[in-house]
Design a protein around this ligand. Structure first.
Ligand SMILES: [Fe+2]
Ligand SMILES: [Fe+2]
Length: 205
């Protein structure tokens, strides 16, 4: 069987859907690879900064890595702006949706809200509310999102920063996206600090 027999889904039988499920499982194995390719495509998006969006992404991930952050944080930092390509007006939600089945809730939430938190740094210059983050006051991940933006996101537009290459992060992206999707043990995993000084020492540049 090379393709299904049906032209309307309602006519599909078990053989068709078993075939498609097998296909889908094979296809999802390439998710990490496709995401890394999309990150390279980011290189061409949104010019005007002193670094490209890919440069910003690897710089954010490098800062996370050097802060001693764990793999969920590092991969989240790397992919936090991946929505810029197709969802410029809700890029944060787009990235969070990609990450959701594979990282813990703490990281998903922070990626989803980072756009609102980032406004503290530039909202006043563009007629947006710099205090938009106040709507999340008291949320258990408020401080994490503040740290994410302060240490990894708003800082990562420096053309002179010695970022690690994208390939350095490939095994981490592959590991995260090889996890079983929507696994409660992953999504509900215990929260982790963004900054871990002991680990950071072992990763010092
Ligand atoms: Fe962003
Ligand atoms: Fe960013």
């Amino acid at each position: 069987m090379e393709q299904v027999k049906f032209t309307q889904m309602i006519d599909g039988d078990k053989e068709d859907y078993d075939f498609l499920t097998k296909h889908e499982i094979e296809y999802t194995k390439g998710t990490a690879d496709r995401l890394l390719t999309a990150l390279v495509d980011l290189d061409e998006s949104l010019s005007g900064y002193q670094i490209t969006r890919l440069g910003h992404s690897v710089q954010s991930a490098t800062r996370a890595w050097r802060d001693g952050a764990d793999i969920d944080w590092v991969v989240s930092a790397l992919l936090h702006d991946i929505g810029d390509i197709y969802a410029p007006y809700n890029h944060d939600e787009y990235a969070a949706t990609i990450l959701k089945p594979f990282v813990r809730e703490q990281c998903r939430w922070v990626v989803e809200k980072h756009g609102d938190f980032q406004l503290a740094y530039y909202g006043a210059h563009v007629g947006a509310d710099p205090n938009k983050r106040d709507m999340y006051a008291g949320h258990k991940y408020y401080d994490d999102c503040e740290t994410f933006c302060k240490r990894w996101d708003q800082t990562s537009f420096d053309p002179d920063y010695d970022s690690l290459p994208l390939e350095f992060f490939r095994p981490m992206v592959e590991q995260v996206f090889a996890r079983p999707a929507n696994d409660p043990s992953v999504m509900n995993a215990p929260d982790q600090a963004l900054v871990n000084p002991d680990v950071a020492k072992t990763r010092a540049a």
